[in-house]
Design a protein around this ligand. Structure first.
Ligand SMILES: [Zn+2]
Length: 234
């Protein structure tokens, strides 16, 4: 597990899980009770006490969901970013190759947190800019972002037409894979986009396809999901 601490809001903790914590997704082929048990083990291990991470039903959209102070544990949030205006709600984003981005910020009243799922479609449609905008609308003055394990440009091959279409929308996103075919560099495009928005970015530089410690859909379509997490310590 990769762990970080926010500099602008020191009470905020950030983590990206690996295969060591197991699959955390309910929508893949896995035993539901085993997944729920793993989620609880993770919460206990990170010191959340009785608090639980809020996960979302991710659909490759550009929709940012702002959570109320007391979200219903039964409610299913469909979208691709979650925002907790006072950082009181532990947040989770799940991926296996797509780019998980965790955000920490500071408002005049205290910390603010968010997570986003940036696959090709969501990234091109502006899920990351949308998350930053929503955080600023909630008073965020300074924002940090962590780019978690995701497929790198050297490994992410796409059809030539898709590379061209993506490049038109986001100049610089297309690249060449290590075997010389058209590719897309999603984590780099995320870094460039966030930096241009004056967000301080840290990149884990871990490729899910190359590193066996992380789930990769391209490596195995039946794979599990890792999680990007943010919560308040104490
Ligand atoms: Zn790679």
């Amino acid at each position: 597990m990769l762990r970080y601490q926010s500099l602008v809001a020191p009470a905020l903790r950030i983590a990206f899980t690996s295969v060591d914590q197991g699959n955390l997704a309910l929508h893949v082929l896995d035993d539901r009770d085993a997944v729920l048990l793993r989620r609880r083990d993770l919460e206990r291990g990170l010191g959340l006490g009785t608090a639980e991470f809020t996960y979302m039903n991710q659909v490759h959209s550009a929709d940012v969901i702002t959570l109320a102070e007391h979200p219903s544990p039964k409610k299913i949030y469909t979208g691709d970013a979650l925002l907790s205006p006072d950082a009181s709600i532990p947040l989770a984003v799940m991926v296996a190759d797509c780019v998980p981005v965790v955000f920490a910020g500071k408002t005049s009243a205290g910390p603010i947190s968010a997570v986003a799922h940036a696959g090709r479609r969501g990234l091109l449609d502006g899920i990351l800019s949308g998350t930053v905008t929503a955080m600023r609308e909630h008073g965020a003055q300074s924002i940090e972002a962590w780019i978690g394990p995701s497929i790198c440009g050297s490994c992410y091959e796409v059809p030539p037409a898709m590379a061209e279409e993506s490049e038109k929308i986001r100049p610089g996103i297309s690249c060449e894979t290590r075997w010389g075919t058209p590719g897309l560099n999603l984590p780099e495009a995320a870094r460039v986009e966030l930096s241009a928005l004056n967000v301080t970015v840290s990149d884990s530089n871990k490729c899910t396809m190359e590193d066996e410690k992380y789930f990769s859909y391209r490596q195995d379509p039946q794979t599990g999901r890792l999680a990007g997490l943010i919560w308040t310590d104490g």
